[in-house]
Design a protein around this ligand. Structure first.
Ligand SMILES: *Cc1c(COP(=O)(O)O)cnc(C)c1O
Length: 424
């Protein structure tokens, strides 16, 4: 490759060219899924007669916002769900998941995490350990957990937990690895969990945290029997265009219950002005399959390049993926810091900033992050996070287009070369 605008050592360019040849099959698989999902999304836009009138902002209560209501239907169609709520006023993925859980759980019920400990930000919501304000625990909602077994869902353990405790009302599944090294769950694996749950408790609600999973496969968990699902719009489903927001989708009766928690009992989805955000939410959804494909190619490339340097990567370049996260085990703190600092140099925004490890609230270890995004914190844009602890893995994700994502990865490698860590 040529890098006329960047000073990349020729040995690194040669290493890059060598691994690119080997990514053909993985890229072809990604393109095939992207094409399928792009057609799925486009056909929904056509079916719902999306027009400029859907982008007209509403203010105040937001009664009768056609754009908002049609987006809900269109989104549900794409996700293989009966109904959906897609809102800029849902502030994040954690908020969407929180609305979903509080929407359907009642005092005396139990939430069962079926794929191990959920993502960090949900622990305060559940109210595990430290007392917190207004958590599920505060409202008398119990919590239990079935750990993964050899990194896989423990179907027998899940059935057993359901038999033991008839109070379980919601079974929680996390599709993405989050910031752990366990593999992400495929939609087929989620379908197997759904079947296992149904055998014992046909009435239990299966909830999926779908963050980072949207459009990575041809189907979504709600299409294989999950009852309820939630995610963030500054990750996959917002296509790098949504400026904020979250979504909930699933069974119609459950989505309605969630709508009463999202606004108020009685008002539900009838209120909530779109304030001019509709256009970016529609456009983001339209772009999402393609952008997810670009992020996946960036991840495959990083896996191929860093494994060629001898680093352990997960998933590997050839593995079938279920989310957009790529972990690269760098082995020590200086390598991790150099990697993140190099990646930051390739950001379109804040490229001149030098990230440093810091004591992030809620984490036991120091964390370093590379992020230079148009939308603050958007991890569908190229970004990397890493807690400074064994095995010193960088978790990278995103990339709005492969060509810039590739360069970010190269600059991470260059930074390690400059520090004398990586020798080519
Ligand atoms: C990002 C993420 C969340 C939380 O989303 P935020 O938008 O950061 O609040 C929850 N679960 C998983 C698996 C995630 O990746």
């Amino acid at each position: 490759m040529n890098t006329p605008f960047f000073d990349i050592p020729s040995s690194l360019c040669a290493a890059s060219d060598a691994v690119m040849a080997g990514t053909k099959d993985a890229f072809a698989r990604i393109d095939e899924i992207t094409e399928y999902n792009q057609q799925k999304v486009l056909s929904a836009f056509i079916e719902f007669h999306v027009s400029e009138t859907h982008f007209v902002p509403t203010t105040g209560y937001g009664y009768g916002d056609r754009g908002r209501d049609t987006l809900d239907e269109l989104f549900a169609k794409v996700m293989g769900a009966e109904d959906a709520l897609v809102r800029h006023s849902v502030v994040s993925g954690t908020h969407a998941i929180t609305v979903a859980l509080f929407g359907v759980l009642r005092p005396g019920d139990v939430l069962l995490a079926a794929t191990g400990t959920p993502y960090d930000t949900l622990l305060g919501v559940i109210g595990v350990g430290a007392p917190s304000d207004g958590s599920l625990a505060d409202y008398g909602i119990g919590y239990a957990e079935v750990p993964l077994k050899n990194d896989l869902p423990d179907l027998d353990g899940i059935r057993e937990a359901l038999r033991m405790d008839p109070r379980v009302k919601v079974v929680h599944i996390q599709r993405s690895r989050g910031y752990s090294l366990r593999p992400s769950l495929s939609v087929a694996q989620i379908g197997e969990i759904v079947s296992a749950v149904r055998e014992v408790r046909p009435d239990a609600i299966v909830f999926v945290d779908n963050c980072y999973g949207e459009f990575v496969e041809k189907t979504e968990p709600t299409a294989v029997g999950a009852d309820l699902m939630a995610g963030s719009l500054i990750k996959n489903a917002g296509g790098g265009i949504a400026e904020n927001g979250g979504y909930i989708c699933g069974r119609r009766d459950l989505v309605e219950q969630c709508s009463y928690r999202m606004t108020t009992p009685g008002l539900g989805r009838e209120v909530g002005a779109s304030l001019g955000h509709n256009r970016s939410l529609y456009m983001g959804l339209f772009h999402a399959p393609h952008v997810v494909g670009e992020a996946l190619k960036t991840a495959v490339y990083a896996a191929a390049l860093f494994s060629s340097f001898g680093y352990e990567v997960t998933p590997t370049a050839d593995e079938v993926r279920a989310d957009i996260i790529q972990a690269v085990k760098l082995g020590d703190a200086p390598s991790l810091i150099a990697f993140c600092q190099g990646m930051q140099q390739g950001a379109p925004v804040d490229s001149f900033v030098v990230p440093e490890p810091w004591d992030m609230p809620g984490y036991d270890d120091q964390v370093i992050m590379a992020a230079g995004a148009f939308t603050a914190g958007a991890s569908i844009e190229l970004s990397a996070d890493a807690p400074l602890r064994e095995p010193f893995a960088a978790y990278m994700q995103g990339g709005l287009n492969f060509h810039s994502g590739k360069l970010g990865v190269l600059l991470a490698a260059r930074s390690m070369m400059e520090k004398g860590i990586l020798k080519l």
